[in-house]
Design a protein around this ligand. Structure first.
Ligand code: NDP
Length: 245
C-alpha cells in the first residue's frame, strides 16, 4: 500500500496545469479523485484519461468564488465516496501588472479566487475533517508567497495569505489534521493567460522559458500524502534549477 490508494482527494483547478497533473498522478496511485474547476469539458477530458486507466474520478463543476458551489463540491465527494481524506486547494489565477495601472478588477478576482475561494473550500471541508478526526489540507501558494517581485504585489499578497492561513490552520487543528503548503516556482501551465498587461505578459513569457513540468508539483503532493498519518510535511518549495528567484 502506498498510503494514497483508496483515499478520496478533492483537487480544485483540476482542468489544467498543476491540478490536472495532480489528478492524473494520484488516480494512477489509486486515489479516488474529485476534480473541480469551471470548465466542465476540460474536466471531462481529465476524467476520461483517468477512467481509461481504470482509475476513479468524479467531475464536479465548481466556481470556488461561490460559497454554495464550494459546499456542493465537498458534499458531492462525501455522497460518492463517504469520506474526504485530502483537499488540494490549487485553483488560482495570476494577473501581473504594475500597481500604477490600478487594475482593481483583477486585484479583486485574484483575492476572490486565490484567497476567498480557498477559504470557502476550507470552511466546507474542516467540519468533515474534524468529524472524521483526520484530513489533509494541501494549499498551493507560490514562490511569490515568499518574495514579492515587480508587478506582482497583489498576486504575492494572495500567496502570502495562503501561507498565513495554512500556518494558522496547522496550529489550530493540528493533532489529527495535516496541513501542507507548496511553493512552486515557474511551472508550465495556462497561468500566464491571467495577465492582461502586454508588457508584463512579455516579461513573464521570457522569464518562464525555464519553466518545468507540472508533474514535479504533482509528485510533491503525492510525497506529502503518502507519509504516515503522524508525519505532517508542512512546506515544500520547488523551482526550476535554473530559476534564481
Ligand atoms: P492553470 O491556469 O493551468 O490552472 C489554474 C486552474 O484554476 C485551472 O484549472 C482553472 O480552471 C482553475 N480556476 C481558476 N479560477 C477558478 C474558479 N473561480 N473556480 C474554480 N477553479 C478555478 O495554472 P497552474 O496550474 O499553474 O495554477 C495552479 C495553481 O498553482 C495556482 O494557484 C497558481 O497560483 C499556482 N502556481 C503556479 C505557478 C506556475 O508557474 N504555473 C507557480 C506558483 C504557483 P477553470 O478556468 O476551468 O475554472
Amino acid at each position: 500500500m502506498n498510503n494514497i490508494s483508496g483515499k478520496t482527494v478533492i483537487i480544485t483547478g483540476a482542468s489544467s496545469g498543476i491540478g490536472q497533473a495532480t489528478a492524473l498522478l494520484l488516480a494512477q496511485k489509486g486515489a479516488n479523485v474529485v476534480i473541480a474547476a469551471r470548465r466542465k469539458d476540460r474536466l471531462e477530458q481529465v476524467e476520461s484519461q483517468i477512467k481509461a486507466k481504470n482509475g476513479q474520478a468524479l467531475v464536479v463543476q465548481t466556481d470556488v468564488t461561490k460559497r454554495a458551489e464550494a459546499d456542493r463540491l465537498i458534499q458531492k465527494a462525501m455522497d460518492q465516496f463517504k469520506r474526504v481524506d485530502v483537499l488540494v486547494n490549487n485553483a488560482g489565477i495570476m494577473s501581473i501588472a504594475p500597481m500604477k495601472l490600478v487594475h482593481v478588477e483583477e486585484w479583486e478576482r485574484m483575492i476572490d479566487i486565490n484567497v476567498k475561494g480557498l477559504l470557502y473550500c476550507v470552511a466546507a471541508a474542516l467540519p468533515i475533517f474534524n468529524q472524521q478526526e483526520s484530513g489533509h489540507f494541501i494549499n498551493i501558494s507560490s514562490v511569490a508567497g515568499l518574495r514579492v517581485s515587480t508587478g506582482g504585489a497583489v498576486y504575492a499578497g494572495t500567496k502570502f495569505a495562503v501561507r498565513a492561513i495554512s500556518d494558522g490552520i496547522r496550529r489550530e487543528v493540528g493533532s489529527h489534521i495535516r496541513t501542507t503548503v507548496i511553493y512552486p516556482g515557474a511551472i508550465q501551465s495556462e497561468l500566464l493567460n491571467g495577465t492582461s498587461d502586454p508588457l508584463s505578459h512579455e516579461r513573464l513569457e521570457k522569464s518562464r522559458q525555464i519553466a518545468v513540468s507540472p508533474d514535479c508539483i504533482a509528485r510533491s503532493i503525492a510525497f506529502a500524502i503518502e507519509q504516515p498519518a503522524e508525519v505532517d510535511v508542512n512546506e515544500i518549495v520547488i523551482r526550476p534549477t535554473a530559476q534564481e528567484n
